[in-house]
Structure formats: C-alpha cells, structure tokens
Design a binder for this molecule. Structure first.
Ligand SMILES: C[S@@+](CC[C@H](N)C(=O)[O-])C[C@H]1O[C@@H](n2cnc3c(N)ncnc32)[C@H](O)[C@@H]1O
Length: 188
C-alpha cells in the first residue's frame, strides 16, 4: 500500500519518545545476550503501534493502546509506581481495539510487521505480544540465534527449556574455568 493509499500514521505526526523511553522502559533480554543498541521494549512497542495506528487518534488513546491505562479495562494498578511496559503484556481488550484500527488503516486485522534489521529482537517481540504476524531477519547469525532463543524456543519447548539452559550454562562455565585455569592470577 503506497503512502497515498493509506491515512497518515501516528509516527508521522508525533512520538512521545521521552515519556515512553525513560518512565516505562527496560529490556529483560539484556541478560540473555548483549547486543548493539538494544532498545527498551517500551520504545519498540511504541514504534510498532505508532507505525500502525492512524495519526488522528488522541494521545490518550495511544497511551491506552500502549498499556498505560489498564484501569480502563478494570485492572487495578498501584498508582505510586509508573507502569513498566516491558513487564506488562497488553490486555485482550487492547489487542481487540488495535485490530479494529488495523482493519481500518491496513484492510486487515493482523498486518505483517517486517523488521529486516531486528538485532536483539525488541521490535519482533513487542509485535508478537500484540498477536501481530512478524517477519524478522538480521545479517548477523548471532542476532538471529538470540532472537530464536528469546521468542521461538520458549514457545516451542515450554518451561522445560529452563532446566536445559541451566545445565548447559553450567557446562560452558565449568569448561571455561578448567581451560582458562592456567591463565588465572591465583595460579601464578
Ligand atoms: C541497532 S541494531 C538493531 C537493534 C534492535 N532494534 C533491538 O532493539 O535489539 C541494528 C542491526 O542491523 C543489523 N544489520 C546491519 N546491516 C544489515 C543488513 N545489511 N542486513 C540485515 N541486517 C543488518 C546489525 O547486525 C544489527 O543487529
């Protein structure tokens, strides 16, 4: 769909970068593997939504679709702390509403999100949380493996995956310690 065939989208008008980035950010995948310029999940979520939603929705509606007003869906929140979006998947009501907008703007409820430079996978992860169809790729095979570990394997292997991860992390750690022992300062 060319630009002239679709309405202007939200990101072409405004993007609440500061608020989303500093107050609601974080990225739990940092612990999985270091990756260049890994974005906070809140920021990736905002980028995905702002690229799909029409420009004429209000900022309050955008914030609701981001998940910043769960009280509207009857979910109780502690007012003292700002909501951490990276810890908070969208409600089913929010997903339903996003699908309605997508149908209006893109002619389908679940458009395909393409991230050809996906790196650590923050954009594909957030798009998947909203039930969108995602295609992700990266030039670097390490990034691709990291994305698979974050997105595909937990769904494919379930909770048992944790035991295997613990086993192999210990194996690699023990092996590295053995092989590097002769270079340790304690042995010199
Ligand atoms: C800034 S990182 C993306 C970070 C990602 N948005 C995140 O939050 O984790 C940019 C990525 O683009 C990839 N890249 C660079 N040139 C590319 C190319 N020609 N084709 C595919 N990927 C490429 C790099 O390997 C790197 O992983």
């Amino acid at each position: 769909m060319s630009k002239s065939q679709r309405p202007q989208v939200f990101i072409e008008k405004i993007m609440p970068v500061k608020q989303v980035y500093y107050e609601h950010g974080g990225n739990p995948f940092k612990g999985l593997h270091r990756w260049y310029s890994r974005k906070p999940l809140s920021f990736s979520r905002a980028s995905v939504l702002a690229s799909l939603l029409p420009a004429d929705i209000s900022m309050e509606e955008f914030e609701y679709l981001l998940g910043l007003h769960p009280e509207k869906d009857g979910i109780l929140i502690k007012k003292k702390e700002p909501i951490k979006l990276y810890k908070t998947p969208p409600t089913s009501a929010v997903i339903e509403k996003l699908e309605e907008y997508c149908e209006k703007v893109w002619g389908k409820r679940k458009p395909v999100i393409l991230d050809a430079f996906a790196g650590g996978g923050s954009i594909p992860f957030e798009a998947t949380r909203y039930g969108l169809n995602v295609l992700a790729s990266d030039l670097n095979p390490v990034a691709v493996v990291t994305m698979k570990a974050a997105m595909e394997y937990p769904l494919k292997f379930g909770a048992d995956l944790q035991q295997d991860i613990d086993k192999w992390v210990k194996f690699v750690g023990d092996e590295a310690e053995k092989r590097l022992a002769e270079f340790s300062l304690h042995n010199q």
